[in-house]
Every structure is written in C-alpha cells, then in structure tokens.
Design a protein around this ligand. Sequence first.
Ligand SMILES: [Zn+2]
Length: 217
Amino acid sequence: MALATLPSGSYSLNNASHEDELERNGIVVLAKDRFVVLAAQNVRLQHCSDMHQQRLSEGDSIRRKLDMIFKAAVESLTCPILLEPVKCLWILPECGHAFSAQALHQLFQEAVRLELNRDLHDHINVEPQLREEGHTPYTAEIFARFKNLATFNFTPSYKCPLCRTVVTSVPIRCTQTVNTALGIISFIRAYTQKVVTIENGCGLIGVDWADYFIFTI
Ligand SMILES: [Zn+2]
C-alpha cells in the first residue's frame, strides 16, 4: 500500500505531472488572476488495491476534501459565459480572464457585426443577412471583404465581458491549467465516482484568432 500525503499550503505547477504533483505537493490549478491554487489541507490519500471497491462514503472527511478539490477543479475549467466546464479555455492576455473558445468567437463575431452596422459602413455592399443577428459565421474571407470594401476604418471593438478591458491581441490557450484540472478530476473521480460533463467549447471552422485583428494592422 502506498501512502500519499498532501500537505496544506499553496503550490505552483512546475514540471511534475498532475499525478506526481497531487501525490507530492498538493493540488494545483493556475491561471494568472483567476488561476486557483487549491490548498490540499492535509488530505492523506491511501492508495490500496481495493480502494476502488471500497469507495469513499459521503460523510468521510477525506471524501469531503476530495469533493472540495473536485469542485474547484471543475470551476477552474468553467467558462463564465457558457457556465459549463470546457476543454478549450483561452485567456485574454490584456486582463487574464479566461473563456471558452466558443464564447470568445461569439463575442468577437458580434463585435464585428456591430461594427458592420455602424452608419459609416452602410456603403459596404454585402449580403443583407450578414448584417443580421444569427448570421452565418464570418470567416477569414468575409473579414477580408469587410476590410477591403470599407471606405472608413473598420474597427470592431473587442472587450472582455467581465472587466471591459479592450482586447487588442489574440487569446492564449490555457493548456497547462486545463490538463492539470482534467487530471485532478480524473484522479478524484476514480475514488468518488463523481460525474461531470466537460464540453469541448471549441471554436469556429474557417476563422483563426488572428483573423479578428486584421482590421487594426
Ligand atoms: Zn477581463
């Protein structure tokens, strides 16, 4: 039987895999401002061959701590717009807030639509449905048309929906956070049989983040 000790305190993610980290140091989820450091609170996990059969009961103190850690890991993957945990989590570099790719695309697409509908762009000759809500997603090709047809500067305003910081550069993928949180969730799920659905939350086909920023160059 292996005994793993998780001492209390704050931890950072360095080079260890999530399971090494879990066993040696505690639980870790990072992400600039919102990255959560999960204190492990002296949780001691006993790994033994029949652990999976035993299960941990609801009232068990270790079970309660695992539940807390599990909840924090799920929350660290949760997109504030979709309100669901996702695998495709991206950070806005200007402010550090993170969202699903799906939500950021919706946000940026809408910013472009609002720009297109400004009076000074009435002359841009495009299919009328492209000006309406629920339009087919703008692709790189459509962005190029907007840019080329615009007589006045075409400048969509991208802002973080949480703090309203202006976004001027491409989002950064949260790979390490997501991998760590997924590892924690998978690790704890084996002991508690907790169920959670993690969506992909991925983006759009035919458009890259950089395509949203061709207007400002
Ligand atoms: Zn923000």
